[in-house]
Design a protein around this ligand. Structure first.
Ligand code: X2N
Length: 519
């Protein structure tokens, strides 16, 4: 041991100051870390993406463009490799086989909740989704599914229609109260999130919840949104204003849902097929435990948040791609006329089922822009990767990126061309497994097209999304013709939020069809 005084004496005699010493130490740490990576490679573990800065690892290259990161490393290592991101070891498994490995991994081996709870629980609240044992989540998905039936969807289409029209009339992004306006310019990154939350809350949560979005709920959900970010995924309780506002908003929104629940009970108003009523009536787990009002409230937040970001991003991407393709907009308009009649009466759920081009447009949008680029699981026990010599050590994450095969020319010809008609032939070639797996586990994960995931965590919102997006897009096609800004192409993706969004400007210029035909 060297005493403090002796140490000071030594430093005094050194030819460099303390600042330089720290710099030298850091350089040494970086070099030793680099040397360790080059010299000690464990042949039993997947290859590791080289990184300079300890702990931080490949965070920046992954975070800025995950698809480029996956593609570059697939060229170097093949479908399986590990990268370091902010202290975590994340093993990527690409391709349909990788999808199957991650998404159909045994529940006893991996868990989603251990990874996602950091970012979801502070926003949704306690006791639901990733803040409860997995068997509870499975039953919550089953409860929610009973509000997502064909009979419910039939009532949702007219409700969505009404909300969209009301929004167009009011919003300064459209008519701003002046229904004689015949053209305008709309920022879709403002309009689509608003349209999405109004239509989702009206259908899934009822009239009185929807009404709250004209008052306090819009701002509160905005605060929840700003606490639902990759930053909070990495640092869940980072002490910044966005985090404090998130926590305050969660309590207020949850309390408000509980008031709505009590109100409905008092009035015996439980006949609408919305999610809130379904949970009030059927929210009893198999072991006899009833969901508490708090849990029902928090599940409302979770499901609305889930539907919100994904659906708003998808309608935005679809409208942008349509803005770049006049022939496609025209064909979609003709489909409306053919299916519904030339007088275009109110849209119905049955109409939507008879519009293959519309549904293929949604399908194609999700192929090029699946909202979630990374699906992760925490590894609880050492895991052998089938068909490889590698073992993923306990404590790692495994990551599936279903979006990678979706833009791989091996599976989709001219993958970067937006072409809804590719699905007319492809439907016979690729098995599109869209089986409901809220309670059962299918083996449908070895597919190159999985925008809704697979396995026990598969999305339950697919059908709702098709109804919501199909209705909103139909209404746009009927009412407007539109283009991108002059000289503009479909924007590049921006990966800095929880879902893959278009970067700015995500704007369209529209004219009204009726007024066009009148002139
Ligand atoms: C610091 C760039 O930015 O260098 F919502 F009921 C509700 C979604 C989980 C996304 C994880 C990490 C990005 C780091 C960038 C419900 C409908 C759901 C499904 C590094 C320098 C939520 C985590 C995003 C990692 C990207 C979890 C959603 N259907 N909704 N460095 O979803 O389902 C729900 C489910 C996730 C992520 C990331 C970085 C049920 C940087 C710069 C910076 N990601 N991300 N949902 N990074 N940098 C949902 C699944 C559940």
């Amino acid at each position: 041991m060297i005493g403090m005084d002796a140490c000071k004496d030594m430093m005094a005699t050194l030819p460099v100051g303390p600042g330089a010493l720290v710099a030298i130490a850091l350089v040494a740490i970086v070099l030793l870390n680099a040397l360790r990576q080059v010299l000690f490679k464990n042949p039993h573990n997947p290859p590791v993406v080289f990184y300079w800065i300890p702990v931080f690892g490949s965070a920046a290259t992954y975070g800025m463009d995950p698809y480029k990161f996956f593609e570059d490393n697939r060229k170097k290592f093949g479908d399986v490799f590990t990268f370091v991101m902010l202290g975590r070891n994340i093993t990527v498994a690409l391709g349909p086989t990788g999808n199957d490995f991650v998404l159909n991994a045994k529940h006893s081996d991996v868990s989603a909740e251990e990874i996602y709870t950091n970012v979801t629980t502070p926003v949704f609240g306690r006791g639901v989704i990733y803040d409860c044992p997995n068997h509870r989540l499975m039953e919550q998905k089953k409860f929610a599914k009973s509000a997502l039936t064909t009979n419910a969807f039939k009532t949702y289409v007219p409700l969505i229609t009404k909300e969209v029209r009301k929004y167009w009339f009011k919003s300064p992004e459209f008519f701003g109260g002046d229904s004689n306006k015949i053209s305008g310019r709309t920022n879709l990154m403002i309009a689509q999130p608003e349209m999405t939350i109004f239509t989702a809350s009206r259908t899934l949560q009822g009239e009185e919840v929807r009404a709250k979005f004209d008052e306090s709920f819009a701002d509160l959900y905005h605060d929840l949104d700003r606490g639902f970010t990759p930053l909070h995924f990495v640092f869940p309780n980072i002490p910044i204003p966005a985090t404090f506002r998130r926590d305050k908003a969660q309590k207020k929104v949850s309390d408000t849902y509980m008031e709505v629940i009590n109100e409905r009970r008092r009035k015996g108003k439980l006949d609408n097929p919305d999610l809130l009523n379904v949970l009030l009536k059927e929210g009893v787990y198999k072991d006899g435990v009833r969901m508490t009002d708090r849990e029902i409230a928090n599940l409302q937040i979770g499901i609305l948040m889930g539907g919100q970001h994904t659906s708003a991003a998808t309608s935005t991407w679809a409208l942008l791609h349509l803005g770049a393709d006049a022939a496609l907009r025209d064909a979609l308009y003709r489909e409306q006329l053919e299916v519904c009649g030339s007088d275009l009466p109110e849209l119905t759920y049955e109409n939507l089922q008879n519009m293959p081009l519309l549904n293929n447009t949604i399908r194609e949008t999700l192929r090029m822009h699946p909202p979630l680029h990374s699906l992760m699981r925490y590894v609880r026990h050492d895991l052998q990767i089938p068909g490889s010599p590698f073992i993923v050590p306990k404590g790692n994450c495994i990551l599936a990126a279903p979006g990678v095969p979706m833009i791989d020319e091996h599976y989709f010809r001219e993958p970067l061309r937006y072409d809804p008609n590719r699905w007319v032939e492809a439907k016979n070639q690729i098995s599109l497994d869209t089986t409901d797996t809220s309670t059962t586990i299918t083996k449908g994960a070895k597919s190159p097209y999985l925008p809704f995931g697979a396995g026990r965590h598969r999305c339950i919102g697919e059908q709702f999304a098709y109804v919501q997006l199909g209705t909103i897009l139909s209404l746009f096609i009927r009412e407007f013709d539109w283009t991108l800004l002059p000289g503009q192409e479909v924007p590049k993706p921006d990966y800095s939020s929880m879902v893959t969004l278009p970067s700015a400007p995500a704007e369209i210029i529209w004219t009204r069809r009726q007024s066009k035909e009148k002139n």
